[in-house]
Design a protein around this ligand. Sequence first.
Ligand SMILES: Cc1ncc(COP(=O)(O)O)c(C=O)c1O
Length: 403
Amino acid sequence: MRPDSRAVHAGREPRAREPLAPPIVQAAVHVFDDLDDYTAVASGRSPGHVYGRNSNENTSMLANAVAELEGAEAGVACASGMAAILAATLALAPRPAPLVVTSEAYGVTLAMLRSDLAPLGYEVREVDLNDPDALAGALPGAALVHAETITNPLCRLTDLEAVCRLAAGHGVPVVVDNTFASPVLCRPLELGASLVVHSATKYLGGHSDLVAGVIAGGAEPVRLARDRVVRMGGSLGPFEAWLALRGLRTLHLRMRRHSDNALALAHRLAGLPEVTAVHYPLLEGSASEPLARRLLPDGAGGMLAFDLAGGREAVQAMLSGFRMVSRRARCASPRVWRTLTTSSRTSHDRSAVVGEPVHRGPARRGGPLRGGARLRRAGALAQPGRPRRRPADRQGGPEHPGP
Ligand SMILES: Cc1ncc(COP(=O)(O)O)c(C=O)c1O
């Protein structure tokens, strides 16, 4: 079956007279005929579900669907992307051990490793995963490597094939956060990863109306992860799972459009003098382009970052002018306000100092435009006279820098 068709059908095979749309099984407990019946289901010998924290029809459908799209043997749905990352980490590193990660990883992932696991005795080894010497130096004795296919927020790519090959040489499993690529654009298990994790809050769900996570991979590491999810209470609720599965049905269409839109916007932004750097993996001439063409041949998704000259005031002025772009933290929008809305303790605040070299795009046809007009042409600013949106809500607090 083609991947597009798989996204439409994965995780469920409705039988005759069943509803085409899956019912929402909003239940904490299930009933049984007798002790034998219960034991058969609880032990996994018969299909079914016992208790909502252990499993549920809707969460199983979602987990199976993502596993199918990722080419995995098994999957487990979690209460959030962070719950998935924690469970995957503890599955492969059940006791304190060195963990290898890039310091450009998603800020809350780093915060969790540094603030929650390091005090328990885990050693967090932060290296550039694309630097083979640095990675080789960090691997001995490590329990796992945590990589992101596309980093949040700077859209740096990880050479997953090289990282997995080097890690395998040291017997170290690799967990890949594939949130920003999705299985439509990249399938890390095919490149040697042991587990894939997702914040399904983003592309898999696709509608900014749920928080969820998924782990997919080999049957044994997923079993270990599932045990953690169940014991630690990180299970997903049925309604979120139902929403996420519905979102998944259009994933392939959305990823294609996200990729086209982001590349077009990257081109436009790269031509603006106010924009000092554009971070988008597939931007022609950027340092990441050769790797992007190999890793993400079908597109690089909708995430895009850029640096604006003029500091905070310039960013504020741009945000105030947005008409169509929502100033909220979600992945379907260019996240230009990131440095304003996130904690300085996370990787997010580094967007001005790390990342790829400045890329100036091709000269704009038709001569230069004036400041506001240039940003309007790029689709970023409101047209004069159009109503402005009310000020953005505060995103999260100091303890939670948001997505
Ligand atoms: C790359 C990445 N991984 C994990 C997460 C955490 O996901 P969640 O917010 O669903 O816990 C996020 C959230 O933004 C993310 O961007």
